[in-house]
Ligand binder design. Structure first.
Ligand code: 6GU
Length: 256
C-alpha cells in the first residue's frame, strides 16, 4: 500500500514516518509513504494557500487551486482520498480495515478553519474525524488515521495479535498480566495460570464484557448477543460471582 499525505506542514509527519514498526513495514516493502507539501502546488508569486471565508467569520480557509492541483497529481478522486477534519464522520476500526484494503490512499490534512467545500465535493471520497474534540493540527489526526490503517495491511503485524485486540470482536480487550505472579499482595487471577484453555477463554470473554459494559456500554448494542456472549452478559448484569474481573474507574466522563 502507498499512502500519500498532503499537508502544509509535512515536517510534522516526517519524524513519525521514520520511526518504529512503521520503518520495518516500509523495509519489508509492505507500505510506502510519501509526503506532499501543498504549497508546492501554489503557483502565484507568494505561494498563497489560504484566504478569507465568504459570508464572513473568523479564520482562513485553504484555497481550492493549490489543493485541486495537489490532489489531481495524487490521483484523487479515483484514488481513495481521506480528508481529516473535526467536522467529519467518526473514525473507527471498521473504517481503518476498509481503508487498509486500498492499494493507494491519499490523506489530506486541513489547516486553519478548513478547506473550500468544492474540493471536498470533487476530490475527497471520505471525510473523517478522529473524535469529539478539536486539535490545532490536522497532521496529528492524520497520523492517528495512518497508524490505525497501515498496521492492518497483511504482514505488518501478526494476525493473532490483531484478532485479540480491542474492537476486533466489537468488545474491549480483557485485562492481561505478566510475571511476577504475585506482586505486593496482588495475585494474577488463578484461572490464567491454570493451563485450562477453555476456562481461560471463558474468563477472558467475561472480563471483556465487564470492561465493555463499564467503559463503553454503547458498543454492546452493535454486537450479536444471541449466543454465548449474550448469556454471559446477562449473567454479568444480574450480578456476578465473587472472583469477577473488575473494570477500574467505571462510568462517568473520565473525571473522578
Ligand atoms: Cl481530523 N482534525 C482536527 N484538527 N481536529 C480534530 C480532528 C481532526 N478530529 C477530531 N478533532
Amino acid at each position: 500500500m502507498n499512502i500519500k499525505v498532503l499537508s502544509l506542514f509535512p515536517e510534522i509527519l516526517e519524524a513519525y514516518f521514520s520511526a518504529s514498526i512503521m520503518k520495518r513495514a516500509v523495509g519489508k516493502g509492505l507500505v510506502s509513504f510519501e509526503l506532499v507539501n501543498i504549497r508546492d502546488y501554489a503557483y502565484d508569486k507568494h505561494r498563497k494557500c489560504d484566504d478569507e471565508v465568504f459570508g464572513g467569520g473568523a479564520g482562513m480557509l485553504l484555497k481550492p487551486e493549490p489543493l485541486d492541483r495537489a490532489l489531481a497529481a495524487a490521483g484523487s478522486p479515483e484514488v481513495r482520498t481521506v480528508y481529516v477534519t473535526p467536522s467529519g464522520r467518526l473514525f473507527n476500526q471498521a473504517m481503518a480495515a476498509d481503508f487498509a484494503k486500498e492499494e493507494n490512499l491519499v490523506i489530506l490534512c486541513g489547516r486553519y478553519e478548513g478547506i473550500d467545500q468544492r474540493i471536498i465535493d470533487t476530490r475527497v471520497t471520505d471525510v473523517v474525524s478522529i473524535g469529539d474534540y478539536v486539535l490545532s493540527s490536522g497532521e496529528v489526526a492524520a497520523m492517528v488515521v495512518i497508524d490505525a490503517v497501515y498496521r492492518l495491511v497483511p504482514g505488518v503485524i501478526s494476525g493473532e495479535s490483531l484478532s485479540e485486540e480491542s474492537f476486533s470482536a466489537g468488545l474491549l480487550e480483557y485485562p492481561q498480566y505478566t510475571r511476577p505472579e504475585e506482586y505486593g499482595n496482588m495475585h494474577v487471577p488463578e484461572v490464567l495460570v491454570s493451563g485450562n484453555h477453555a476456562a481461560i477463554a471463558r474468563w477472558r470473554l467475561r472480563a471483556s464484557l465487564i470492561k465493555t459494559l463499564a467503559y463503553r456500554p454503547e458498543l454492546l448494542q452493535t454486537i450479536d448477543l444471541t449466543g454465548e456472549i449474550g448469556r454471559l452478559l446477562k449473567e454479568v448484569i444480574d450480578g456476578g460471582g465473587e472472583n469477577e474481573p473488575r473494570a477500574a474507574n467505571s462510568g462517568g466522563t473520565g473525571k473522578n
